[in-house]
Design a protein around this ligand. Structure first.
Ligand SMILES: Nc1ncnc2c1ncn2[C@@H]1O[C@H](COP(=O)(O)OP(=O)(O)O)[C@@H](O)[C@H]1O
Ligand SMILES: [Mg+2]
Length: 380
């Protein structure tokens, strides 16, 4: 057992340094999470830190060790650092879970709590391949880059693609019955793809889908988010209905191409909102045009679909449904998806990235869930 640090100034500096070490999954300082068992500094300036991990196989042990070492080495008077990793006892884990979930360890869907300020967006489309997942990850990353706390639930059970689009290969960490989602670009991501091995197809029936989604929303620890995006499978199937039941406050973002026929199918996806009582937050037109080398625009999939859809949904749901933006076709958007670096982060100067950031800005400008609460962020 190490001695406490006698020098008060040094002790304060060491504690302040450790408070800057953020647990990569829980996104809170390790000092707040009860993860620092002890810290001592000997006369030669050698610091000995004992960190308690939530579980023994914690995949991020190296990140925590490196971050804590660097933080302590920055303290004047610390010349070397030894980090010892131990694992929490069941009582320590229970205390941590209680800290995270609140007193009594809430077991419902946190986004439905009366006090929840999280805006929930269900990204829907009529057809597959219109860019729903690409739009989801780019909006999420753009908002996270602005400093918002963002999560994604990849609810496209048969066609999950979010981990790939975000470059995530890490598995979620399980702390007893709590699942900690991997984080990429500041976004917490959970996907059904993380629970199947390899590329094996998922063949689930409606009730199993409903149960899986419910489990995601209940057991996954997202913490307090500003925005949660759900990447839905195309169409108006079981998952869309489950989302409406499990997250009645979710607002729908409808993605479509400029093609009139695509807008027709997309209208059905948006129009379920009238049956479920959900709000339609807006329409996003993707693949709007291809910019030619001479600066002209080639409208590969026609034009006007997004605007027409927005007008029709406005009439159908009886509330203003805006066209939030038009995203051009861009090879770099596709490449960003293939390499796991969303275009808003990797190629921020491109017109496609600007269109996506513009849409994210409109979402960020909306108040948080309760009326009158401002995020204090302006669209760029
Ligand atoms: N604006 C765009 N420009 C170029 N490629 C795009 C664009 N939007 C989507 N894509 C590509 O189209 C394909 C389908 O997009 P995806 O986001 O997976 O659609 P969905 O989730 O609706 O099935 C992907 O290969 C993606 O990279
Ligand atoms: Mg998809």
């Amino acid at each position: 057992m190490s001695e406490p640090i006698a020098n008060t100034a040094l002790a304060e500096a060491v504690n302040a340094a450790l408070a800057t070490v953020i647990d990569p999954e829980l996104r809170r300082p390790i000092t707040e999470l009860g993860m620092v068992e002890s810290v001592a500094v000997d006369d030669a300036g050698r610091a000995s830190l004992v960190v308690l991990l939530t579980i023994s196989g914690c995949p991020l042990r190296e990140t925590i060790t490196a971050d804590a070492t660097n933080a302590l080495l920055a303290v004047p008077g610390v010349a070397a650092v030894d980090v010892e990793l131990k694992v929490m006892t069941q009582e320590q884990r229970d205390a941590l879970k209680e800290l995270l979930r609140g007193q009594g360890g809430q077991r419902g869907i946190p986004f439905n709590e009366p006090g929840s300020l999280t805006r929930v967006y269900a990204v829907a489309s009529g057809k597959g391949g219109v860019g729903k997942s690409s739009v989801t990850v780019n909006l999420a990353c753009a908002l996270a880059a602005q400093g918002l706390r963002v999560g994604i639930v990849d609810a496209d059970v048969y066609g999950f693609s979010v981990p790939g689009l975000m470059g995530i290969t890490q598995q979620p960490t399980r702390v007893d019955d709590m699942i900690l989602p991997p984080v990429a670009y500041g976004v917490k991501v959970i996907s059904i793809g993380m629970f199947v091995s390899g590329n094996q197809p998922v063949a689930w029936r409606g009730p199993m889908l409903h149960r899986a989604l419910e489990q995601f929303l209940t057991d996954v620890y997202f913490g307090d988010l500003d925005a949660l995006f759900l990447d839905l499978p195309p169409g108006t199937g079981d998952i869309a209905i489950s989302v409406a039941q499990l997250l009645p406050k979710a607002e729908i973002l409808v993605v479509t191409t400029p093609q009139a026929a695509a807008a027709d199918v997309a209208e059905r996806a948006g129009a379920i909102a009238t049956q479920t009582g959900q709000k339609v937050a807006g329409v996003i037109e993707n693949m709007s045009y291809l910019e030619m080398p001479d600066g002209g625009r080639m409208e590969l999939f026609g034009s006007g679909g997004g605007q027409v859809l927005a007008e029709r949904l406005t009439a159908t749901v009886g509330a203003e449904v805006p066209l939030l933006g038009q995203i051009p076709l861009d090879i770099q958007l596709r490449e960003g998806g293939d390499t796991g670096v969303p275009i808003v982060l990797g190629q921020a100067g491109t017109p496609a990235a600007a269109a996506l950031s513009g849409i994210a800005g409109q979402l960020a400008a909306k108040p948080r869930g309760l009326a009158g609460m401002k995020l204090g962020l302006q669209p760029r």
